[in-house]
Design a binder for this molecule. Sequence first.
Ligand SMILES: Cc1cc2nc3c(=O)[nH]c(=O)nc-3n(C[C@H](O)[C@H](O)[C@H](O)COP(=O)(O)OP(=O)(O)OC[C@H]3O[C@@H](n4cnc5c(N)ncnc54)[C@H](O)[C@@H]3O)c2cc1C
Length: 424
Amino acid sequence: MKLAIIGGGPAGLSLAYLLKDCRNLDLTIFEAEERVGGKSFTYERAGHAFEMGTCYATRGDRLARKWMKDLGINFKRLGEATFEGTEFYSFAKQAAGPSLMIQGLTYLISRARLLRQLKINPDDPEVLSEAAMPVQDWLRERSLHKMERLFYRGMTTMGYGQPSETATIQGLRWIDRSLLISGMFNDLVMPEEGWSEFWRRIAERLDVRLGHRIETVQRNEAGVGIAWPDGREWFDYVVCAIPIDEFVALCQPPTESEQKVSEDVSWNGFVTTLAAVDDWFEREAARSFAGGILPDAMPGRLLSARFEAYEPELGGRLYMLNQLRGEFQHDELEEIAARDIEMDGGRLKHTLYQKSWKYHAFYKRDAIRKGLLTRLREMQGEKRSFYTGAAFSHEAVSKITQFNTELAARIARIARTHERQPAE
Ligand SMILES: Cc1cc2nc3c(=O)[nH]c(=O)nc-3n(C[C@H](O)[C@H](O)[C@H](O)COP(=O)(O)OP(=O)(O)OC[C@H]3O[C@@H](n4cnc5c(N)ncnc54)[C@H](O)[C@@H]3O)c2cc1C
């Protein structure tokens, strides 16, 4: 069976890696850029490696961590992360209610209950309404005020939205037991050789065609025609490992579900800037900021910053600044960052490199009430097409690889029983 994967980011590559030894499967990945990794991107300068995209792996990243070990990639731990210079847990503990431990356990039990309900009764309006409500309301209904504060650290700092906006299902999917434990023990690791190198080593073992930007996808009963600027090939199945709205633009024509889902999710812009800053935090590895993450925070305000390296050649102490793009231009973002840094006691000297990412597929809450979650599941396999990536799981490597484990098993089952039919 011939399978085309469109997109050589973590979603496409991890799915292909899971399937690499599958019998009767001939698999090709098409990647538009001349490098693999997508939003995992290490910028190398003056002998340093700076992560402009994917930064760390949590405890939940079992597969990625295992593959890193297998491929000779070493880990380094991310040091302490604070909230405006103080330990984040102490900020969480100041909120009302029983101890954080008790609230954490209550949270995990309630979370498991809702996820189970969504499995057993996926179309029950009450269950859907609970999944769609802002996660802040869901936490408050259960008096989980300390947990609500942890959501600012675990969810909002990461650019996954405010608890007052993000649907409960998206908050709950991300904040799971292993993330809470990773946070508690500061068990976050980064690949020493860089995320780009990790995905490059994965890709070495696969058939990846770099510089192949797919322009059209044509599907009929016999197969899927994939075309790039100077070529075209037929496959039995296709996997969309790019944002669903971009896939819809390639399809001639898209299915009703593809069209609907692309309308039901919206994307944020996330901007990372490598900058030289004087007189700023030195004790901790990373710091998040109230101005960027607490209620009513404006996009553009600094969410967090991470100390990267000391390099006199590049201006001294270097930090990675994280901001939501909102409607701002790059120079406006720089101005806002400079002001936020100044309020925190530092002085922005100059910026060295900036990347702007399409980030986090935000589910419209009304769409969840109207069956988005079922649609995301049931459209898999329709018209010889499968889907992976942030819109179908969550914007994090751990969630994408977990999701791909099930998807790979399903594709492997089809491959085993597939008999070649003449395409076209
Ligand atoms: C700043 C930042 C920090 C992050 N930090 C973390 C973190 O600490 N931990 C974590 O787990 N996750 C983190 N993430 C999230 C993680 O990087 C993403 O969830 C992951 O990269 C998504 O993988 P993907 O393959 O779905 O999409 P992408 O990474 O976007 O990859 C899609 C690929 O498809 C290619 N493509 C697009 N269109 C076409 C086309 N027409 N034809 C062929 N190829 C095409 C693109 O070039 C790209 O390579 C972070 C992301 C960002 C931006």
